[in-house]
Structures are given as structure tokens and as C-alpha cells.
Design a protein around this ligand. Structure first.
Ligand SMILES: Nc1ncnc2c1ncn2[C@@H]1O[C@H](COP(=O)(O)OP(=O)(O)OP(=O)(O)O)[C@@H](O)[C@H]1O
Length: 612
């Protein structure tokens, strides 16, 4: 089993913001509170304009949390918003419930409903996910329209009054202004904290490279459902706030509102800290600020929205952030160096002694597997890999090697047979649980998050080595334990990149690094967790001869540290010198297991695979 996560440095580093940045943040906070105080004392017209924009800002943040970080384009936000507003209005007006008690109820109820809707909708993804959440909003709108005696039908209901300040706080002005603006600040803070926690690279890896996150031990379905619940609760909370702004009616929560919120996020900048709020301000304030003929106004608004979305794919804030980062030299230009030049010298190869009679650490017995109703891809496959060995898996294209790797690592469940890791039967276990038994894997096509740095990607590999990442994320930078663990994770990730020879590439985006460095980053992301067993699926694909030699040296070094490896590879000249044993698959069946020399000498293998 991998060693426990070492949390050195023992003392938590201070919050990682420079002096100027801290002063800037403080100035922004003071300006925000001053602006809130101004709005709290101004006329009702301006108040209502700002407050509607702020409530929609919260709604847009709730959507960005799932759309930007998880790629789940929910059209259910309008529905959760409506539930919050109607529940507050009906229970406060008709039953006299305390509005603050209702806030807790709304957050809990919409969070739970969100998790239930999420659990059902997450069986599908992309467009189908959007459609299922759209149907949720549609059904709620129809109910709100038809249940006239409860909801007031199309005319809606007048929302409850927001409680006044106690007399000693009346000097603060309108209490609802403070409540909404502080709620917006809290939502911005929550998302900022998540973006500065190690949960952020994990969420992006669930979005862009889910098998990678699963293989690192993340229960991706549970995380998606949980985050969707938080997003729904935030949208419900926005509905609670909205109920105090006037009339609550179906047109304010229908599917077009969900779409409008998506437009806000896209215009402002998806997956940015303040972009959704900027988008919400633009969309909700536009009709009042540009006060022209209504139909001309719609045309101008539509044209501006289309232009913003098509010309600014990162949104207004995304573009501004990139420009600032370029000026500050944070985004390095794309790498010019050829991969060969990019790679440092290979590490020294220590002698790779093979423990001859070590225990069997990975075992497959009688594995049968086929995709859907198609023919069997694996037939009665037996495989025994000894601790500390490098076990090669070769065979012609389509012979079932990657399928077997997926069965061993938990992405696929065999139809028959058993998989054992360290003597424990695991064939019913998800990939995330197998990683806790010390198994890690790489993928044929590198599974990484392109917009993150190699260091951030490698940190994903530490997911199940660091306690309570998900639970602490909403407060992460504010917790001493969070800052300490993040520093330790960054240090471990940089070390792992250094060990595989990619230490010079830690701060560029993966999108800007050569293919060889991507492959090494994948390898570092598994090595960082100190695994006992690594399954590598065609690690040498696309590498130059020099890079392949470098990779061979790294794998031989890993072997000297006692790591067991199963390597799927077509390049036998690279693979055979590393291997203790080689298994040959052909059309889903094992045709031979033996030493590299035995395999090379076998006439059937020579004919079937080596083409001789
Ligand atoms: N997701 C899938 N759905 C249906 N069939 C699949 C799927 N993945 C693989 N197959 C089929 O299963 C068979 C085995 O594929 P697999 O990728 O395991 O072979 P392989 O030996 O790894 O091939 P290669 O060396 O080309 O990577 C092939 O016939 C392939 O077309």
C-alpha cells in the first residue's frame, strides 16, 4: 500500500497572496461594502436594478459551478430558483413561517432535490443532461401556472416583506440590500475558495478526463451529484432572495430564464470567478440602461449577446484575465523546443533485479468480456503478475489488451471470471476503490486537463492520499490545514515531475507542452501517489526514439523501487528488455505467457504478432 500522505511543511504557510494582492483584495472588499452602503440608502429604482442583477449573479454563479467546473450545462437552475421563491412566498405569507427558518429549509430542500435530479440526469451527459434538467424546469413551470389556488397562476403571488433591522442598526439603510449583497459576496467567496483548493483540478479532470479522476480514487459520480446539490441549493437561495423583490410568477422561472442564465455565464466568462456576475449585470441591466424602442432593444441585445459569445469564447472576464496574465508574463508562449530537446538527460538506470518467486499481486482468472451485445473480446483470460515484476502484454490490434487493462483497473466489469489484487477479489469494485489498494494506471491517449499546468494535473493523482479534500474545499484557503496540505501537494507534484524528467515544465499549461511531456506528466500523476502496481497502456506511443529510451530508464528505476508494472505496448524493442514475463493475447485469448526470449522464439507468436 502506498505511504500515508506526508504533510510537511509542518507549519501552514500564510495565505498565498502577495502584499500588493492582499491590499488590492482589501480595497475591493471595502469598495464593495461602500457601494452596498450607497445602494442601501439610495432610491428604490436603483436598488431594484442592482438587487435583481445581484440575485441573477448568484443564479449565474450557481450555474457556472456545474457548467464551468464540471461541464454540466444545467437548464434546471430556473426550476430550483422557482422552488425557492414559491416555497418562501407561500409558507411565509399563508402560514406565517419565519423567513430565516425558510432560508435553511429552502437551501436543504433544493439541495436534496438537486441531488435527486442530478443522480437521475447524470446517467446521461452533454445535450441529454441539458434536456433532462430542462424538462424539470418545464414541469415546475406548468405546475406553477396550473395550480392557481396555491400559486396564483399566471398572475403570481406578492412576495413576503423582508424583516427590518433592529432600531440600533437602522442607520445601515435597507436591510434587503445588505442581505442580497452579502449573499452574493458569500457565493463569490465560496467559489473562489473552491478554485484555490485541490478540489478544483479534480473537478476539471472529472469534466475533461473522467477516467483519470476515477483512477486517482475520486468517486466521480458522487462528487458530481454533491456539487450539483450545492449548485441547486445556491439557485434555491437566490429564489429565496428574489421572493422579497416583488411578485413571484411562473414567467420569472420558466425555461427561458434558465437559458438566459446560461447566456449570462457565457458572456461574462465561463469558469471564471466574477464572470457570471459581470454577465448577470449586463443581461439584467441592459433593458434599463439602453432605454430605446422595445423591439429595437431586443434586436440590439440579441446581436450583442451573439457577438460576445462568438467573438469572446472565454467571455469578457476570461479575455481580460488572459490579457493581464500575458502582460504579467504568467502565460508562457507555446513551447518552441522540439520534444527531444525538451527532455532532460535520462536518469541512471539502476540494476533491475527481478524477484523470481515473489507473490502474485495481480491475478485474472477466467475473464470473459464483450461490449454490449457484440462478440466476446476477452475469452477465458488468465493472467498472474508477480510483485516487483514488469509484465508485458502484447498482441495484434484489437486483441483485447486495453480491454483487459480496463477490467484490471475497474473501468469495465467482466461478465465472468475473477480479478484479484493482493489476494483481494476486486472485480465488483469501482476504479476509485482499486486505487486505494495501490493500483494506478495511465491511458493510451493521455487523460489530462489541458488548461491546467502539469503540477496541477499531477496533484489530481494525490486525491485519495489527502484527507477530506471535498469537505474542506469551500473554506480551503482559510484553513491552516488546507494551506499546509496544498503546499505539501504542490511540493510532491513538483518532485514527481522532476523525477520523471519533466521538472522544467511545471508551470506551463498542458496545452502548451510537447507530447512527450504529456506522457511524462501522466506517469508523474501515478507515481506521485506511491503506487504498488501501475498499469501502463501504450506509454511509448508517439514518443521519439530518445524519449522512448528516457521512458525505459524511468520504468527500470521504478522497478528497482519495487513497483509492479503491467505494460501494454507494441514496440517490443522497448518493452522486451524491461520485462520479466510477457503475455500474448490474440483475438481475446491468451496464447502464451513466458519470458521475453521464450515469447520471441515462439513460432505462433512470430507468425501471429511479429509477422514473421
Ligand atoms: N467501447 C467499445 N465498444 C465496442 N467495442 C469496443 C470498445 N472498445 C474496444 N472495442 C473492441 O474490442 C476489441 C478489443 O479492443 P481493445 O482496444 O481492447 O484492443 P487492443 O488490443 O488494445 O487494440 P490496440 O492495440 O489497437 O489498442 C476490438 O475489436 C475493439 O474494436
Amino acid at each position: 500500500m502506498a505511504p500515508a500522505f506526508d504533510t510537511q511543511p509542518v507549519t501552514a504557510p500564510r495565505l498565498r497572496v502577495g502584499r500588493w494582492r492582499a491590499a488590492g483584495l482589501l480595497a475591493v472588499l471595502i469598495a464593495y461594502l461602500a457601494a452596498t452602503a450607497y445602494v442601501a440608502h439610495t432610491d428604490l429604482g436603483l436598488q431594484s436594478l442592482v438587487l435583481v442583477a445581484a440575485v441573477f449573479g448568484i443564479l449565474a454563479i450557481s450555474l457556472d459551478l456545474v457548467a464551468g467546473m464540471l461541464g454540466l450545462y444545467s437548464l434546471g437552475q430556473g426550476g430550483f430558483f422557482g422552488i425557492g421563491a414559491y416555497a418562501t412566498t407561500i409558507l411565509a405569507n399563508d402560514y406565517g413561517w419565519n423567513v430565516f427558518g425558510l432560508l435553511a429549509l429552502v437551501l436543504a430542500a433544493t439541495g436534496l432535490i438537486g441531488m435527486a435530479v442530478g443522480a437521475m440526469s447524470l446517467r446521461v451527459s452533454g445535450l441529454y443532461f441539458a434536456i433532462t434538467t430542462f424538462i424539470f424546469t418545464l414541469v415546475l413551470t406548468v405546475l406553477a401556472t396550473d395550480m392557481v389556488t396555491v400559486t396564483g397562476g399566471l398572475q403570481g403571488l406578492l412576495g413576503p416583506a423582508f424583516p427590518d433591522f433592529p432600531t440600533n442598526l437602522e442607520w445601515l439603510g435597507t436591510p434587503l440590500v445588505w442581505c442580497i449583497m452579502l449573499a452574493l459576496l458569500a457565493c463569490l467567496g465560496l467559489v473562489w475558495n473552491i478554485r484555490h483548493s485541490p478540489l478544483y483540478p479534480i473537478l476539471l479532470s472529472i469534466r475533461d478526463a473522467e477516467p483519470f479522476a476515477e483512477a486517482a480514487g475520486a468517486r466521480t459520480a458522487a462528487i458530481k451529484v454533491g456539487i450539483f446539490g450545492v449548485s441547486a441549493a445556491m439557485a434555491g437561495g437566490a429564489g429565496w432572495l428574489f421572493s422579497f423583490l416583488g411578485v413571484v410568477s411562473p414567467s420569472q422561472f420558466d425555461w427561458s430564464v434558465s437559458l438566459n442564465v446560461l447566456v449570462m455565464v457565457l458572456i461574462g466568462g465561463i469558469n471564471t470567478s466574477v464572470g457570471p456576475v459581470v454577465g448577470a449585470m449586463f443581461v439584467s441591466m441592459f433593458p434599463n440602461v439602453v432605454n430605446i424602442n422595445p423591439w429595437l432593444q431586443e434586436i440590439v441585445y440579441g446581436a450583442l449577446s451573439i457577438l460576445a459569445i462568438t467573438l469572446l469564447p472565454d467571455g469578457v472576464v476570461g479575455i481580460a484575465r488572459r490579457a493581464l496574465a500575458r502582460r504579467a508574463g504568467e502565460i508562457a508562449p507555446a513551447a518552441d523546443a522540439a520534444p527531444d530537446e525538451a527532455l532532460p538527460a535520462a536518469p541512471t538506470v539502476a540494476s533491475a533485479a527481478s524477484p523470481k518467486d515473489s507473490e502474485v499481486i495481480v491475478e485474472c482468472r477466467g475473464i470473459e468480456f464483450g461490449y454490449g451485445l457484440g462478440p466476446k473480446v476477452l475469452r477465458n483470460v488468465d493472467l498472474a503478475v508477480r510483485r516487483g515484476h514488469i509484465h508485458g502484454l502484447i498482441g495484434p490490434n484489437g486483441s483485447g489488451k486495453s480491454t483487459l487493462a480496463n477490467v484490471i483497473s475497474g473501468r469495465l466489469t467482466p461478465h465472468a471470471g475473477e480479478v484479484l489484487l493482493k489476494g483481494t477479489r476486486v472485480d465488483g469494485m469501482p476504479a476509485s476503490s482499486r486505487s486505494r489498494l495501490g493500483l494506478r494506471r495511465t491511458f493510451q491517449a493521455a487523460q489530462l486537463v489541458k488548461e491546467l499546468t502539469p503540477t496541477q494535473n499531477v496533484m489530481v493523482g494525490l486525491f485519495d492520499r489527502v484527507p477530506r479534500i471535498v469537505g474542506r474545499a469551500p473554506l480551503w484557503p482559510m484553513l491552516a490545514s488546507g494551506r499546509r496540505d496544498l503546499a505539501a501537494m504542490q511540493r510532491r507534484a513538483s518532485e514527481a515531475l522532476g523525477l520523471v524528467g519533466a521538472g522544467d515544465w511545471t508551470s506551463r499549461q498542458v496545452a502548451d507542452v510537447p507530447h512527450g511531456i504529456e506522457q511524462l506528466t501522466q506517469l508523474a500523476s501515478v507515481c506521485v501517489a506511491g503506487p504498488d502496481i501501475i498499469v501502463l497502456d501504450e506509454p511509448a506511443t508517439g514518443l521519439s526514439a530518445k524519449e522512448v529510451r528516457h521512458l525505459a530508464a524511468i520504468l527500470a528505476n521504478l522497478k528497482t523501487q519495487g513497483v509492479t508494472m503491467i505494460i501494454i505496448e507494441h514496440q517490443t524493442r522497448f518493452l522486451f528488455p524491461l520485462c520479466d514475463r510477457v503475455t500474448v493475447l490474440n483475438a481475446g485469448e491468451v496464447i502464451l505467457t513466458g519470458s521475453a526470449a521464450e515469447v520471441r522464439a515462439d513460432p505462433v507468436v512470430r507468425q501471429v504478432y511479429l509477422g514473421e
